[in-house]
Design a protein around this ligand. Structure first.
Ligand code: PMP
Length: 305
């Protein structure tokens, strides 16, 4: 629906997305007092249906973020979910779409304000990047990942994204596609917008939830898809030098889905091309999110009722 008018939901009111504006004096703008979610809804042509993937888990993580940041709101998870579904219907997507839910401190308060909290949801079509086929070349960043003792890395607090932005700019200047961050103590954390998995000697492992990672929905989906397939995934702290010994690697995120990693710090992994184990997982992931595989966990929410 490119070129058409697109709508946003502002506290449940549908308006032109160009009118979904935030006041310059709000704590959201002055102090980045905001937290968000990035989600996908997949178009299934056979079912003539749009399928929002793990919407409840995204809403839950948004509420986790608001709790950590001490946002005070009477809006419930159910109400927010209804607003989001209404927006997706209103935008009439008949293609895969990415939608964002923003919770922020509105009004003109100070740095310690806990409210009023406002919510803006937006949505737009989103396809797949070329890295889905070709894979990413990652470079370990000279910036370290935001640490849990300074910021809340496990939720999508807007201010965290300065860390990712600095890493992205640095990685591009160094000739890499995307940065990979280490923690303050030198263990592997994640990229600027996705979590990392390594496969070495047939074993799958990924930095654990105390490695300053985001509690990624797609990471969890990948772990559960692999476990359903009889493959164990070890969640543990990961050393930098382990990166160079992996035969295959991949990153997971709502936006990037499951993407191969073909090189880290200039060292090719395996053959230097996406490997068969990653390709297999990509296919399982697509079958699940696009509505071809059984939805045993109730993760797909039909948008059109
Ligand atoms: N890490 C960061 C910093 C992210 O922004 C994202 C994308 N939201 C992820 C990891 C992946 O999280 P998810 O699978 O929930 O999209």
């Amino acid at each position: 629906m490119s070129g058409q008018q697109r709508w946003a939901s502002y506290n449940g009111t549908i308006l032109d997305e160009d009118d979904a504006k935030i006041h310059a004096l709000s704590p959201a703008v002055k102090y980045a007092s905001a937290v968000f979610e990035g989600c996908r809804a997949y178009w299934n042509p056979d079912q003539d249906q749009l399928l929002a993937f793990r919407l409840d888990d995204h809403v839950e993580r948004l509420f986790d973020g608001m709790r950590i940041l001490r946002f005070e709101t009477d809006v419930t998870r159910e109400t927010l979910t209804d607003w989001v579904l209404e927006l997706l219907r209103r935008n009439g997507h008949r293609e895969t779409a990415y939608f964002r839910i923003l919770a922020f401190i509105d009004g003109k308060g100070d740095q310690g304000s806990r409210g009023p909290v406002s919510f803006i949801a937006t949505s737009a079509p989103l396809g797949r990047g070329r890295e889905f086929e070709a894979g990413f070349r990652l470079g370990v960043s000279s910036w370290v990942r935001v640490a849990d003792r300074a910021m809340p890395p496990r939720v999508k607090c807007i201010a965290n994204y300065h860390n990712g932005r600095l890493g992205i700019l640095d990685a591009k200047e160094q000739g890499f596609d995307y940065p990979l961050f280490l923690t303050e103590s030198g263990k592997v954390a994640e990229t600027a917008g996705s979590c990392l998995f390594l496969i070495r000697k047939g074993q799958y492992f990924t930095p654990d939830a105390t490695s300053d990672i985001l509690e990624s929905v797609t990471r969890d989906t990948a772990i559960r898809l692999l476990r359903d397939d009889g493959i164990d995934v070890v969640e543990r702290s990961v050393d930098r030098t382990e990166l160079y010994l992996a035969e295959e690697a991949f990153i997971t995120g709502t936006h990037q889905e499951v993407c191969p990693v073909v090189a880290i710090d200039g060292l090719p992994l395996g053959s230097g091309a996406p490997g068969p184990l990653v390709r297999k997982l990509q296919q399982s992931y697509l079958d699940l999110v696009e509505g071809r595989a059984p939805d045993t966990n109730g993760w797909r929410r039909p948008v059109w009722t």
